[in-house]
Design a binder for this molecule. Structure first.
Ligand SMILES: O=P(O)(O)OP(=O)(O)OP(=O)(O)OC[C@H]1O[C@@H](n2cnc3c(O)ncnc32)[C@H](O)[C@@H]1O
Ligand SMILES: [Mg+2]
Length: 199
């Protein structure tokens, strides 16, 4: 079986990737399998720069094909914030604190002005390929007035998808992969990566 590493320590992301890539052909590992892997500083100014930093740090350590995701929430009323700083919006990496800060910053903003987008950039790096494969995905939603649902991670309980009449935390991981920013980016990757990779 061929191994692929997903360069993430986020269990929610790891679960979404594994649902798609884990099959009889590939063994999927994430940084959760290597708890001693040092923290990768996300010093880039864009999602692509940060995903590239993560993909290359991990690829160089393990010498294996590596996919990294850098993603975030862009809220129109906040001029695109928290954006690349979504994980640490309220200080340290804490979903409940991030959601509370988001609700407080949007206090008094009416529903029609609470439009937002999840975006994801994936970078696939491979020791034998000179150029990385880069894809993006995006999904539109509305930031709810209070959290709803227990599934997913991060801002999912506040991210209401009008077409579904539900938040991203009220759907299964498979349903989320059908529509989400990450799911759409993964679909683009799936169309391209097997032709690109040099084993
Ligand atoms: O860097 P890794 O280890 O992959 O994990 P991370 O959680 O730090 O990931 P990012 O640096 O890409 O930060 C993305 C943040 O954006 C938010 N986010 C991204 N995708 C999301 C999703 O599908 N649902 C909810 N929140 C999401 C969430 O707060 C994430 O922590
Ligand atoms: Mg991160």
């Amino acid at each position: 079986m061929k191994e692929i590493i997903i360069a993430t320590k986020n269990p929610g992301k790891a679960r979404e990737f594994k649902r798609v890539f884990d099959d009889e052909h590939f063994e999927i590992k994430t940084l959760l399998d290597f708890p001693d892997f040092p923290e990768i500083r996300e010093t880039g100014k864009t999602f692509e720069e940060n995903a590239t930093l993560k993909a290359h740090a991990v690829m160089e350590r393990f010498n294996l094909p590596t996919i990294a995701d850098d993603s975030g929430l862009q809220v129109d009323a906040l001029y695109g914030r928290p954006g690349i700083y979504s994980a640490r919006y309220a200080g340290d990496h804490n979903d409940a604190a991030n959601n509370a800060k988001l609700l407080s910053e949007l206090g008094g903003v009416p529903k029609e002005k609470r439009t937002a987008h999840f975006v994801s950039t994936l970078v696939f790096a491979n020791p034998k390929n000179d150029k990385d494969l880069v894809v993006e995905g995006k999904v539109d939603g509305i930031i709810g007035a209070f959290p709803e649902g227990d599934d997913g991670f991060g801002y999912d309980p506040l991210f209401y998808v009008p077409e579904l009449g539900k938040t991203m935390a009220q759907i299964t991981v498979d349903e989320k992969n059908q529509i989400s920013h990450r799911g759409q980016a993964i679909k683009k990757l799936e169309k391209q990566w097997q032709d690109w990779i040099i084993w």
